[in-house]
Ligand binder design. Structure first.
Ligand SMILES: Cc1cc2nc3c(=O)[nH]c(=O)nc-3n(C[C@H](O)[C@H](O)[C@H](O)COP(=O)(O)OP(=O)(O)OC[C@H]3O[C@@H](n4cnc5c(N)ncnc54)[C@H](O)[C@@H]3O)c2cc1C
Length: 379
């Protein structure tokens, strides 16, 4: 079966790429296929917190805001370092979804708009030649002019390209979903907590505590993120730190928790190969917080522009994709996060550094309150 473009993976990056292509021209409904190994709604280990970047990208694709899904509006993000706290108010700052529901909704919308999506079909083999790309699944063999790798940190695209990549830039995470006490204080305050106190124990990241809704009930999504940006430092014992962070009996976390890597953005990453474009976590997401949903959605817009231009010019080298990404809003967003992560996580071990950042943070948070996300954009 022949298509112009095949997208591997129907997560936020793959679906957004498909939806942006379709928005460019309805013809893409015929020319494009998305292959997804799971069947939506599928489990994905994730905090489910979506920032303004992700929601604005969805608005640009004509999704209604707020999305018609169960969600928790975070009106206060709390960034903690020991006894220092920076609070970032917002209307809202973040929206927390049940991740399986969010992706299933996006997939259902993509199909309703005319995207061909085959679920339960795993790409097992990729072969790229100068004439095109061949993909094998247990069900069929496919040929395409261009393939988009949108299959996440552990997908076949990263395995296919890994030997061509100098260095894997992977963060470690642990996450547990648990029933909430009757009325968790974070829920009452409409708040989400990012606690960086473990920087002093060598963690290059934070512990999070998010309330969210799961089948009409309040649950807690808790996890620990370690960017492992500075690999010269010793590996901190993640399970011990995680347990210690929630050590009081009211909020204790119990195994089994689950673990999944996050492939993060660095300007030194490879983003494309001839006939193969990387998006979302295959390309790299935010190393500072491990934010991936918003960036994955935003990659879709940049990739769709690159694909449209490639077909217009009949040039499938994607040699300008890096520059296109760098000059995009997403590129600047990821560069800022990467630079901040590089500086912060390398200097975090110096006792004076985190308090200084928190004092500065307090000052800046008061100066730049974000606009109301759910008001229609001006102009
Ligand atoms: C513990 C944890 C917590 C996180 N919390 C947050 C958070 O709160 N907010 C946030 O913004 N980000 C968070 N992230 C990051 C975020 O989950 C990812 O960055 C984001 O999902 C990336 O989207 P994607 O579309 O690139 O990949 P994915 O969402 O991973 O989607 C890839 C898709 O490809 C499919 N696939 C894989 N292999 C194949 C194959 N061979 N053939 C066909 N299909 C295939 C998969 O089934 C999947 O549906 C978290 C990550 C982790 C690990």
């Amino acid at each position: 079966m022949h298509y112009d473009v095949i997208i591997i993976g129907a997560g936020p990056a793959g679906l957004s790429t498909a939806l942006h292509l379709l928005r460019h021209s309805p013809e893409w409904g015929e020319r494009l296929l998305v292959l997804e190994k799971a069947v939506h709604p599928r489990f994905k280990l994730c905090g489910g917190a979506v920032t303004r970047l992700g929601l604005e990208t969805l608005r640009g694709l004509d999704f209604p805001l707020p999305l018609p899904l169960e969600q928790f509006f975070v009106k206060e993000v709390r960034l903690k370092y020991q006894r220092h706290m920076v609070t970032l108010p917002g209307k809202p700052q973040l929206v927390i979804f049940n991740r399986a529901d969010l992706d299933a909704y996006l997939a259902q919308q993509a199909k309703a708009r005319g995207i061909q999506l085959r679920e339960g079909e795993e790409v097992k083999e990729i072969t790229i030649s100068s004439n095109g790309v061949s993909l094998c699944t247990p069900q069929a063999q496919y040929f395409a002019q261009v393939v988009v790798g949108a299959d996440g940190a552990n997908g076949i695209t990263r395995r296919y390209t890994r030997h061509k990549t100098a260095k894997a830039r992977l963060a470690r995470t642990l996450e547990v979903l648990q029933a909430a006490p009757k009325a968790p204080s974070l829920l009452q305050d409409a708040a989400a907590l990012f606690d960086f106190s473990l920087l002093k124990e060598g963690l290059q990241g934070y512990v999070w505590d998010f309330p969210f809704y799961q089948q009409n009930a309040v649950a807690l999504n808790r996890g620990i993120y370690d960017a492992r940006l500075d690999r010269s430092k010793p590996l901190p014992p993640l399970p011990n730190l995680f347990r210690a962070a929630f050590s009081d009996s009211q909020s204790a976390v119990h195994p089994p928790w689950r673990s999944h890597p996050i492939h993060w953005f660095s300007p030194r990453n490879r983003f494309a190969y001839p006939r193969l474009l990387l998006v979302g976590e295959v390309a790299g997401v935010d190393p500072l917080f491990g934010e991936g949903i918003g960036p994955a959605l935003a990659y879709g817009q940049v990739a769709a522009q690159a694909i449209t231009e490639a077909f217009e010019r009949q040039d499938f080298s994607f040699s300008t994709y890096r520059a296109r990404l760098r000059n995009s809003y997403l590129g600047r967003y990821l560069m800022t996060r990467w630079f901040t992560a590089e500086v912060s996580y390398r200097l975090a071990g110096q006792g004076w550094f985190p308090p200084l950042v928190w004092h500065l943070g307090k000052l800046l948070a008061g100066l730049f309150p974000p606009p109301d996300l759910f008001l229609p954009p001006q102009g």
